[in-house]
Design a protein around this ligand. Structure first.
Ligand code: MN
Length: 129
């Protein structure tokens, strides 16, 4: 697989309970040279974020045991995490859902099924800031 040549790889935390989606997101991002920390259980997400200090958090909204929306709100209230941009991915694409996700503090939003092109474009855009 072709690797990006950036020797200071940016770090991305991928919070996604679905094994296939998590593997897809992680494989695509690793192929672009990013340093990835996968999180399958949303209850571990904030602790992993503090330890990994990512440049971007990709957050599935539909998680068992905990809501991705609540995790985004908690991250945005945490002084150690609030500056990290969040790209939310959600199975529901209603306008009200996007509003609630953005109100929670997510800087980016993609509806599933996620296509690779728009996914990578959103990732790059959110980490340019
Ligand atoms: Mn899910």
């Amino acid at each position: 697989m072709e690797q990006a040549s950036d020797h200071m790889a940016k770090r991305i935390l991928v919070v996604e309970d679905n094994d296939l989606n998590r593997k897809l997101f992680c494989d695509v991002l690793r192929s672009q040279g990013y340093d990835i920390e996968p999180v399958a259980d949303g209850r571990d997400a904030l602790e992993k974020a503090r330890a990994f200090s990512p440049d971007l958090i990709i957050m599935d909204i539909q998680l068992p045991n905990i809501s991705g929306l609540d995790l985004i709100e908690a991250a945005k209230q945490d002084p150690a995490l609030r500056a990290i941009p969040v790209l939310a991915v959600t199975a529901y694409a209603g306008k009200g859902d996007e509003d609630r996700i953005r109100d929670a503090g997510a800087e980016g939003y993609l509806a599933k099924p996620v296509s690779i092109g728009p996914f990578m474009a959103a990732v790059r855009t959110l980490m340019e800031v």
